[in-house]
Design a protein around this ligand. Sequence first.
Ligand code: ATP
Ligand code: MG
Length: 689
Amino acid sequence: MLPRTVVPGCQTRGVAVGERVGAGAVTGAEAVLAGLDDEQRAAAAAVRGPVCILAGAGTGKTRTITHRIAYGVHSGVYTPEQVLAVTFTARAAGELRGRLSGLGVGGVQARTFHAAALRQLRYFAPRVLGGPMPELVENKLRVVAGAATRHRLTTDRTSLRDLAGEIEWAKTTLATPDDYPARARAAGRETPFEPAAVAAVYASYEQAKQRDGTLDFEDLLLVTAFALEEHRDVAAEVRGQYRHFVVDEYQDVNPLQQRLLDAWLGGRAELCVVGDPHQTIYSFTGADPDYLLGFPDRYPDAEVVALERDYRSTPEVVGLANRLIGMAPRRAGLPSLRLRGQRAAGPEPRFVEHPDEPTEAAAVAAACRALVDSGVPAAEIAVLFRINAQSQVYEAALTDVGVPYVLKGGERFFERPEVREAVLLLRGAAAGRDDGTPLVTAVRDVLASVGWAEHRPPPGGAARDRWQSLSALVDLAVDLVAEQPVLTMAGFVTHLAERAGAQHAPTVQGVTLASMHAAKGLEWDAVFVVGLVDGVVPIAQSLVRPEAVEEERRLLYVAVTRAREQLTLSWSLSRQPGGKRPRSRSRFLEGLAPDTGTRVRRPSPRRAEVVLDGAAAELFERLRAWRSATASAASVPAYVVLGDATLQAVAETRPGSLAELSALPGIGARKLEMYGAEVLAEVAATTSR
Ligand code: ATP
Ligand code: MG
């Protein structure tokens, strides 16, 4: 229940704050402005009336709004409880609250649209809905499934997710079931069924919720807006409570959220919005940057501020970001939004091409290891990819080098439902009789029953995500069999359990693994933007529509502008070692990255072609012999001890200490503890002779 004090008559409080701030607090207010440059200060000091900051990445938009709120509070113009700052993710809202409390401001509501709506509706439900707050739909897919069945549609988990996605899009763009077919066609939506069928499911879905007396997340916003629009007393109370509104990342507001914002405002203009049209990355879910761009027209007396100085990134990173977005078609009327780097010079961004994804991941993991060893906190490093399915290979590579990681905005590989299901089935197969089927074939057979197929499904949607997860398991089997031809299903399942165990280890501080979408608004000292191949960035399903390709370019812009100092962009020509489907690097890198000459499709070099010199070859053989003995003593397959690639790296680099050894691929903390001393002894034995 909303605490009573949150919707108070505000008179007494306003007076009290005015008195509390008094003359002495002015210093505090001035001190708040001192941390800003002239343009930022102009925006922050304009505490009354409409303000719009339209500026590029890293120019201090988020910093300016937090300082503006702090200035408003410290100078006595705002009562903290009357300020509502909204943003789009719970993490961003938490970040706002954290920054505000750092500026000595408590009591300001910094929430997502959903959280703010939920809080208000809980309070007003008896009045506007005639009863307690309805339950929220916990399992949307179940309700969608019921609606689909009613229309005799055959669905699976994937098409259900896509159906739910369409219903969400319709609701956030305020399209009714009747509107949906025409709107979906006009917007070029790729619909899982005929638009008319989707509309029918949408209508039944709404009826089902009404029958059950439940609300989904979109209803939450819609009903709250409705409560304000239709109930004068509710509007008076909410508008009496909230008098100053701030929206961060406003380029990503959708029509439904805008409707709620308008309802909160009730015609008032106490609104500050900040955003960057070049960072619009949610158009596919209904976001519309025109609300930001049209703000000065809607509020002709608005203070419109442009910021150019980029305080986040080195001039080298800023230069790359400018060139990248400079290649986008110019939108008429859009200011240039060119960034000017303010920080000291740093290293040039690196562009690295790899033969295959495991090599790319191993190189990124090794670089992370080196950064951590050189004193960069793991939490100041991020690896950003386009789709969550790409995280698996990086999870594994970081595990191999013993660098902890945290996964943002996605599930860990071994926790994904399709992977858990697959692992269970593989375990079942391992428990059965071994009929001599080669491992890779057996794995493929098992995974075929849960959605894996030889040919990848058409791009887009959940089917492809699922296929990619399952495919990662097949690839792993292929890799392991290359190292260990006699590997059995039981050995494979043991290996999966070992990996899952290592990756589930709780991590407090780690390298961030995140999708480019989840990275918005954040920053790190070192950023690796990986997997930059055409068909992934831009993603294949975007290629049919130029405006969708441009959204992908903006996504890459968001990714590169997260880096404070070190930025590495990489891609690999093939998915698997020796893979037969060489790919070309992202089209967005043309004109940015040096020409590698390898864009022509050609087979990738194989890892196995590395030739060891005499001494290294001798050590390699010695290590293999040690591995065989160790493996048989422990009754495990040899690869469970250490892989060939690791032995090869040991033979080539001859580590002299546990620290040096731990920097090599395939040596995680556990391996180091179990085998480190023995491996070093083998190295020493050949070195000393
Ligand atoms: P994005 O578009 O990525 O959300 P932003 O415009 O919101 O970026 P901020 O996150 O507010 O940018 O600022 C980027 C970084 O620059 C932060 O570390 C911030 O503290 C710093 N910064 C911004 N303005 C200044 C300033 N005037 N002096 C010093 N540092 C600043
Ligand atoms: Mg920001």
